[in-house]
Design a protein around this ligand. Sequence first.
Ligand code: F6P
Length: 323
Amino acid sequence: IKSIGVLTSGGDAPGMNAAIRAVVRACIYNDLRVFGVMRGYQGLIDNDIEELHSNSVSNIIQSGGTILKSARSMEFKTQEGREKAYDNLRKRDIDALVVIGGDGTFTGARIFGQEHNFPIVGIPGTIDNDLYGTDYTIGYDTALNTVVEAVDKIRDTATAHSRLFFIEVMGRDAGFLALRSGIASGAEAVLVPEVRTDFDQLEHFLQNGFKKNKTSSIVLVAEGDEIGGAIKIADKVGKEHPEYDVRVTILGHIQRGGSPSAFDRVSASRMGLSAVEALMDDQKSIMIGLANNQIVHTPFNQALKNKKALNPQLLEMTKILSI
Ligand code: F6P
């Protein structure tokens, strides 16, 4: 391998820049040329590609977003789109790719890699932390801290007015962000898609709290929760309990931005370096991950086929600690 392309695809996540930086610097250190592909797979199709140098990635480790921009390309889902992408890679003599993103990104990489026998290594970058094969995805820790900071602020006003807040967090169809931020912010309850919402139990927690003269209650709701998000749940609880002064906050895309945490910067740097080393070692169609603080490799097939489970101990803990 002489030349590597790098791209970010799907929803951006804080720490993607740190990963790009690590890929670029690791390539240069190993005398490989490195090319940045703009707007994910769409940039491959549009030939929006430029060579990167060590100083192209100076001063970006601390920035959120992605200097390569991101997109969800519909055209890459077609064979014609992928043919164009392959031609552009060949024209520039790029012989391997590092793709940074989530399951959509790896689905594209798996198909493209097979179709053209092209070496691709993935780095997990998503605030959702929903990828099998890694304990942590890049961006998750930063998003977690953003949520906790926001919930702490909401707690102040909730307490001042003795209110019940339903706070909706991102995560698509996974509850990792909701579960951990719920524990870290001392939420009275956490509702996640992985567990059926038990309204009786929720009411029990809330009533218990108000009986004990709790001056506020916070329920964290994952956006993918089966009931359909915080607004619907708040509506139901508010109707059944007019005595509660209910409010809803949807945190939204604030969770995707901001300067990456030290943890995300270090993980991204480790994964970026390992991705380049894996390609130099002739590996392909694998995702780099962190398991028990060690770098591990998981084939795309496995990473995409398996569903990462929420930690049952953490789930149980939310109940125990909110009595
Ligand atoms: O996958 C990251 C994520 O932020 C999810 O948590 C969320 O459901 C989705 O992306 C939002 O996508 P968009 O930015 O396209 O609205």
